[in-house]
Design a protein around this ligand. Structure first.
Ligand code: NAD
Length: 378
């Protein structure tokens, strides 16, 4: 089959879904690889580098490829180019994109949504949500450091003693844990909070301090929510905000990553907390795309408050590290293609009895197959 990577059309998106290295792996599955002219340029991969890896560079990937791979979900103009029997593999967010799903159905194409890959051990190699969240968590700390006028680590120098920075990470999922690892490795005193008490051990094993609340019940029954957070009770939220109010004047950097699947981001860092922070402090809100965890976040912007606190609301952290994120995302894609090509013979076998493929498939041969049935094996 011809597997082709599209050039991203979303403004500012620098990632690409196939690298010369991943193409070499895809070719080992018996496929032919194509790339749209200039698709890898912003991620540091030239057309010549693709050619050297045996990839054909073409102008119209939708016309040329049997399977189109890309990063961002398709725009309407891209869906209009899909044809019957063609497969698109990309992020898609089918729950939020019902109309787009209908449009793809009408084209008779198949969509494999990378955001729907189930988070089970067998599918970890295809878990693009995690690979991108890991990068976002790392980059959030780097971005904070870039806007912070002091060191992370404490130092005793001839010119004077410098205290370490204090960093609070709110939400310890994949992005939060990556942020904790980066922050502790830079030498900051790092605190972290999550509504899921089961992450306390993980946080502490990474050298950060778990922020405990004065509250009796544990919040989330992780088993009931598949390991994700559920909305907090008003009493719990009050206790959480009270704790954050205490911490605000002390923290130099706050990185928020708290999300609840299918809901807007909970507001956890309120205006008065921002006002209580010292001038020069930095907030990086990784939840900005879903409204933000900080009350003052402006999505896609960096603002500085009258009190001198910088609030970063960028929503494109993985794209800001496009070489790294393209490398990891393209690996996620090629593992998906590997599962779709069990015979390694260049023939796609879209096995709807396979738990991972079934769950990720949002449309198949002109039918909408979202939402998927529950996993057979958890
Ligand atoms: P996410 O992006 O949905 O949420 C980020 C974090 O925010 C979560 O840890 C959540 O508990 C936390 N949060 C929600 N509300 C909060 C609040 N009010 N205050 C503080 N924190 C709050 O999470 P994610 O990174 O996608 O990971 C979620 C779960 O998925 C975790 O249990 C993780 O271990 C699991 N996971 C499993 C796999 C796998 O098995 N392959 C892969 C990735 C993640």
């Amino acid at each position: 089959m011809k597997i082709g990577a599209a050039k991203e059309v979303f403004a500012g998106e620098a990632r690409v879904a196939m690298t010369p290295e991943s193409a070499a792996q895809i070719r080992k599955l018996g496929h032919e690889c194509l790339i749209e002219t200039g698709a890898g340029a912003k991620a540091g991969f030239t057309d010549d580098a693709y050619r050297a890896a045996g990839v054909t560079v073409v102008d119209d990937i939708y016309a040329a490829a049997d399977v189109v791979v890309k990063v961002r979900g398709p725009e309407e103009e891209e869906v209009a180019k899909l044809r019957e029997g063609q497969t698109l593999i990309s992020f898609f967010w089918p729950a939020q994109n019902a109309e787009l799903l209908e449009a793809v159905k009408a084209r008779g194409a198949t969509v494999v949504a990378m955001d729907m890959v189930p988070r089970i051990s067998r599918a970890q190699k295809m878990d693009a949500l995690s690979s991108m969240a890991n990068i976002a968590g790392y980059r959030a700390v780097i971005e904070a450091g870039n806007n912070f006028p002091r060191f992370f680590t404490g130092q005793v120098t001839a010119a004077g003693k410098v205290p370490p920075a204090k960093v609070l990470i709110v939400g310890a999922g994949v992005a939060g844990l990556a942020a904790i690892g980066t922050s502790t490795s830079l030498g900051a005193i790092t605190y972290a909070f999550d509504v899921r008490p089961e992450v306390a051990e993980q946080i502490e094993s990474m050298g950060a301090e778990f922020v405990y609340l004065d509250f009796e019940e544990a919040q989330t029954d992780g088993a009931a929510t598949g390991g994700y957070a559920a909305p907090s009770s008003p009493e719990f939220r009050d206790a959480q905000l009270k704790k954050f109010r205490e911490l605000a004047p002390e923290m130099d950097i706050v990185i928020t990553t708290a999300l609840i699947p299918g809901r807007p981001a909970p507001v956890l860092w309120t205006r008065d907390m921002v006002e209580a922070m010292k001038p020069g402090s930095v907030i990086v809100d990784l939840a900005a795309e879903r409204g933000g965890n900080c009350e003052l976040t402006v999505p896609d912007e960096k603002i500085v408050t009258d009190g001198g606190v910088t609030i970063v609301g960028y929503t494109d952290f993985p794209s800001r590290m496009a070489t790294q994120s393209s490398t990891l995302y393209s690996n996620n894609i090629r593992h998906m293609l590997s599962d779709l090509t069990p015979g390694k013979d260049g023939v796609i076998n879209h096995d709807m009895d396979d738990d991972v493929i079934r769950t990720a498939t949002a449309t198949h041969e002109g039918e909408i197959t979202f939402p998927p049935p529950p996993l057979k094996i958890q």
